[in-house]
Design a protein around this ligand. Sequence first.
Ligand code: NAD
Ligand code: UDP
Length: 310
Amino acid sequence: MKTTLVTGGAGFIGSHLCDYLLSKNHEVICVDNFFTGQKKNIKHLLSNPNFELIRHDVNFPLYLEVDEIYNLACPASPVHYQRDPVQTVKTSVQGAINMLGLAKRLKIPVLQASTSEVYGDPEVHPQKESYVGHVNCIGPRSCYDEGKRCAETLFMDYHRQNKLDIKIVRIFNTYGPRLAMDDGRVVSNFILQALRSKPITIYGDGSQTRSFCYASDLVEGLYKMMQTPKNFTGPVNLGNPSEFTVKELAEKIIKLTNSKSKIIYKPLPEDDPKQRKPDITLAKDKLKWQPKIKLEDGLLKTIEYFKECL
Ligand code: NAD
Ligand code: UDP
């Protein structure tokens, strides 16, 4: 039985990953400081003898004996990563150093949850892994973008310098049940606004695009990446290439919830990327992975979840 460490395991994606790993017969150690994670995401796992929860901040060293690490600890919603930007940089960089150090001591594989934000406001569309990005290093999103870029640098340097078995995935907008009610990202905001008959807040004119991947698809991709041979480091894009404008998303959610909510427009946040869509050729080729869940189907499951929360 493999013992797998998941940092950020009480978060949205992390908790789905813990479920998936347990279903694959792993022993799972979930490390989280609950900055944005929620106990309710993992409550159903606490009685499972193969699951262990440790409250810990990855900015501090961690001494454990495990067989592999998925490093997901980091706030992911712009609202939350900008709440304490210095902490976001520290978690991205110092957290990565600590997990890389642990992996180096144990000589085990470590996977980094990187992000499409490393491409910034992309001038190449769709984004391929070879695109080096268009990132503002001094704006309000930089704590996250540059933190995650530096983490990729560290992962590659530990690989080159210490022959560490590293895996980098660049995750594109992912959604699904267990997004926190106060998460602030677009899918949960719109669904909650629609269910509460409140105005749907589109930032800007809604012509900016995103490509939305359902949580279960993403988690399968993370797992498949970990199974790749030692010399395959990535980075690999993981996301759903079906692209929608934010306005289309709002209209879909209004329709699926049968809501009377009206759309209102608010200012576009600084450096908000105008377009985003993953090129997943590499994931298809190396991981034999591609998303299966269509946006409407994933939205319906997510709407059901939020109805229960309310
Ligand atoms: P999330 O905020 O729900 O989860 C992040 C988890 O990390 C939370 O449980 C939080 O408490 C924990 N955490 C934060 N700082 C920590 C620290 N210092 N020590 C220990 N735990 C800490 O977000 P998510 O959407 O589940 O994202 C998970 C990972 O995937 C993040 O690394 C994020 O950057 C990456 N990612 C997510 C998306 C997406 O669309 N969901 C896109 C790109 C990348
Ligand atoms: N957005 C919006 N209304 C909201 C929340 C977000 O119009 O209530 C927009 C946001 O400006 C961005 C897109 O939706 O263009 C996706 O935002 P999110 O915060 O989900 O993630 P991002 O992809 O920007 O990291």
